[in-house]
Write a protein that binds this ligand. Structure first.
Ligand SMILES: NC(=O)c1ccc[n+]([C@@H]2O[C@H](COP(=O)([O-])OP(=O)(O)OC[C@H]3O[C@@H](n4cnc5c(N)ncnc54)[C@H](O)[C@@H]3O)[C@@H](O)[C@H]2O)c1
Ligand SMILES: N[C@H](CO)Cc1c[nH]c[nH+]1
Ligand SMILES: [Zn+2]
Length: 426
């Protein structure tokens, strides 16, 4: 069910091609065209592209207060309870990430410090093309609320202008979302980045999405902030003979069912495990409602890689820098020092990624396509800016003046030196 790939070939083809440049170019090209039209024609272009990709455009983009209130009565109590429990775990994990402004007083003549200030307006993208993601509402909005963001605007696609799924509206209320717009895809990213007649521009856009959404975020970066490239999901599972093939297969499928472009990899020292996992994949896919998506993803984008040692498995995983890394080995905590690059790590035989996707606390908006080498999962830090500040007394400036002037002269920026000398009568 997943192709076996020789380790050297895996490194050459899969890892070197992590961001699949040809495909990326085509997503960027399509996204660029939509963005430029939304920039020029506002809501009219947003409607045009909703009609093209998602059917009839909704009469009003914004989800009304009444719709949001009604949504609560449409949901099963136990589902609301599960969402609230998940929200609580996510909140308590992210609360601990919060940094506060601090002063680093050097002495009474010199004061320096750092202010943490929330971003004012944030747009959160909640995917909705082929699945509904209330968990992504919580993961996006809760850290923003903790950071102190005042305006959290959520965008998500609906099919044929229909009402938003009640669970998304309830999740938005639980998490503290200010406004919801029934708009998704590239057109939603463009509307948030540049503003339209009905959708106000934000300062930063966060959240996961398909390859078009990821490309759109990349293109608007600079005009607005973005969190990271959080595209089609990935998992790499490192396992040996101690792993249960049923669990391994289930976790590969859990990733593959997201998207035909999702990537699920098994890196193992056990040839026998590969055989058993493939048998399991066949069995488990048969009962899966999204078996078409999962089997295509496993067949076209998945791989199993046989390695000589666990050391080698971690070497390959670090080169890959997967969004999710599962360590299905005994004594899993002892392997933490070996992990250099991964969005989020799941340790042991009883910690499926699905636990983190929905419930446990760490964020599920994570860097994909190898970008975990230089970026991190969504956190409270994504919603704050840091501003440094400085105070010098006259005496302190006098003592520093010689050094500042020396460096200014070397840079041939005499005006800089003068800005010091004028104050101390030099
Ligand atoms: N990395 C993460 O943290 C993370 C978390 C959750 C989900 N995900 C990923 O989010 C994605 C969700 O994808 P989805 O498609 O279900 O929903 P989505 O909301 O991301 O994308 C759907 C939208 O894509 C647009 N679109 C579709 N075809 C297009 C085309 N040919 N050209 C331009 N735009 C087009 C449409 O406007 C549609 O509304 C999956 O890939 C999943 O793996 C990632
Ligand atoms: N696996 C996704 C992150 O890549 C998160 C998610 C949401 N719902 C289910 N899974
Ligand atoms: Zn998932």
């Amino acid at each position: 069910m997943i192709p076996s790939i020789q380790k050297n070939q895996f490194i050459d083809s899969v890892i070197r091609n992590n961001s699949d440049n040809t495909a990326k170019e085509s997503y960027l090209k399509d996204a660029k065209e939509i963005i430029s039209e939304v920039k020029q024609f506002g809501d009219k272009a947003v409607r045009k592209y909703i009609a093209k990709f998602d059917g009839d455009a909704p009469t009003y983009f914004e989800v009304s207060k009444e719709e949001r209130e009604e949504a609560w009565s449409k949901l099963d109590k136990s589902l609301v309870e599960s969402l609230q429990k998940a929200a609580k775990n996510i909140q308590s994990f992210h609360e601990k990430q919060k940094n506060t402004s601090r002063m680093m007083e050097v002495d009474e003549d010199i004061i320096s410090g750092q202010l943490y200030r929330p971003i004012e307006k944030v747009g959160i993208y909640v995917p909705g093309g082929t699945a509904c993601y209330p968990s992504s509402v919580l993961m996006n909005a809760i850290p923003a609320v903790i950071a102190g963001v005042q305006e959290i605007v959520m965008v998500t696609p609906v099919k044929n202008g229909e009402e938003i799924s009640p669970i998304l509206a309830v999740a938005a209320d639980i998490a503290g979302v200010t406004k919801i717009y029934r708009v998704g895809g590239v057109q939603a990213i463009a509307a948030l980045a540049y503003g339209t007649e009905t959708i106000a521009k934000v300062d930063k856009i966060v959240g996961p999405g398909n390859a078009y959404v990821a490309a759109a975020k990349q293109l608007v970066y600079g005009d607005v902030g973005i969190d990271m490239i959080a595209g089609p999901s990935e998992v790499a599972i490192i396992a040996d003979d101690s792993a249960n093939p049923i669990f391994v297969a289930a976790d590969l499928i859990a990733q593959a069912e997201h998207d035909v472009n999702a990537r699920a990899f098994l890196i193992t020292t056990s040839e026998q495990l590969i055989t058993k996992v493939n048998e399991e994949l066949r069995k488990q896919c048969e009962e899966l409602p999204r078996q078409d998506i999962a089997t295509k993803s496993l067949r076209d984008k998945g791989a199993s890689v046989l390695v000589d040692s666990i050391e080698e498995a971690f070497y390959i995983a670090n080169q890959l820098a997967p969004e999710h890394l599962e360590v299905q080995l005994n004594d899993p905590l002892s392997y933490l020092p070996k992990i250099k690059h991964a969005g989020s790590v799941f340790l042991g035989h009883y910690t499926p990624e699905a636990l983190g996707d929905y419930f446990a606390g760490p964020n599920h908006v994570l860097p994909t396509s190898g970008t975990a080498k230089f970026s991190s999962g969504l956190s409270v830090d994504d919603f704050v800016k840091k501003t440094t500040y400085l105070y010098y007394s006259e005496q302190a400036l006098r003592e520093a003046s010689e050094h500042v002037v020396n460096i200014a002269n070397e840079e041939e920026l005499e005006g800089h030196g003068k800005a010091v000398l004028k104050r101390i009568g030099g």
